[in-house]
Design a protein around this ligand. Sequence first.
Ligand code: MSP
Length: 483
Amino acid sequence: MNNKKFYITTPIYYANDVPHIGHFATTTIADALSRYYKKTLGEENVFFTTGLDEHGTTVEKSAEKNSYKDVQKFVDEKAKFWKQVFDKTNINYDYFVRTTNKKHEKFAQVFIQKLIDAGDVYKDTYVGKYCYGCEKFLTKSDLNEQGLCPLHRADQVVETKEENYFFKLSKYAPKVKELLQSGELNLVPASKRKELLARIEAGVDDLSISRPKEKVGWSVDFPGDKNQGVYVWVEALINYLSSLEINKKQDFWPAANHTLGKDINWFHNLIWPAFLLSAGYKIPKKTFVHGFLIVKGQKISKSLGNVISPDELIEKYGIEGARYLVLANLPYSNDSDVSFDLFNENYNADLANGLGNLVGRLTKLCELAKCKVIIDLEKLDPYKHEKKVENYVSEYKLHKVCEQFSNELKAFDLSLTQTKPWEDPLANKEYLELKLNELLQVLQVYEFILPQTKQKVFKHLGIVDSGRKVEKIKHLGGLFDRV
Ligand code: MSP
């Protein structure tokens, strides 16, 4: 295997949903990592996917509710919408997944056939609860004290008795547990691994992997049985392999780095590795399971009216501001409580009064002092030297990267305050040149966090691909307006 390969994925979002800050956060984390590794490993060694989960009852019902006769047309329009949101927020994905792509559907069937051939699938009757909100059969451990789904309304949970195909998940649970314990199934942070292990230890049932076609018309046919449709979650997980197949990037497996929220850890770190083991594939390289963004202590939900959309964020803070804020508040291990008050504070401190002000002041003083900055782009490649950033990135701690960035800006500010170059810019010419050079280094290091800002400043100074001397420095203000 080529160790340099880095395949980064986000969950594929339910097509009927409207993108909110939570989806945006997961996607931005993956985008930042993809940008970082494209720089350090080379563009050709990184593959970044995001996209939509387009099958299942919830999508079908939502199409109906919105008066669409043709579900395909509904998901086509949704895909266009989600893509637009990711495009305008500068998410630089390499492939946008859509599970109604015929090639994906075919691949999913071939994959399931492998589970059947391995002797891991049998037919049985399922009796129990199904939650349409989660699109899953609820086991005892999923239910709250009232016997309801803790995440969805009571009317979304129905008693079900139906014929299904089952996958022998219980057979694979001990092996997956072992892989989790040894770290071979590399799941960060440790707290999420512990939670999962505890759930596995509490007992694992076999998994229903199909539903009668009459109940879920909008699904992929189960291999060898047209009366059954593939359970949407099973087919969704397979996107991580079908995307490589479709794009002829099979050599990126098993270099997969899955990024996802805690709500779907069970699917990604028990069910998915079990499927892979049964079908004869290697397990993914790493999975990052983050917590949730919550608003004023509460889960983000339409009914609570506290949904923050990516549009609202970019309107208030710009594309770069929105990106920075979700990364700086990344719910790494615990949930992160956010609000516009907090965002305003972070944005003003780190971007408007921080970076924006610094670039403005320094370029102004450099202009007055007639500085010539020698930019040596060879030296401006500190990805190699910035061990701290590298370590944080390898642990997915992008909030720590932002914290370090903020501290570096503060150190800059302190140096300026102590040196007071504005009292005599010409006499401080050398100092100013040095500081501007250092600031460009900072922009280069944190380019994966603030890509457009770096580009803007470099373009303003006329810095292109190779090292060059900037003859005339002109003031650059208004990078980040205060809110
Ligand atoms: N379709 C499934 C995933 C299939 S992947 C093979 C699904 N979709 S979802 O639309 O519900 O998106 C879930 C993901 O969105 C979460 O795992 C998480 O990454 C992200 N988030 C949704 N709400 C979130 C927050 N409030 N905070 C942070 N991330 C959140 O589940």
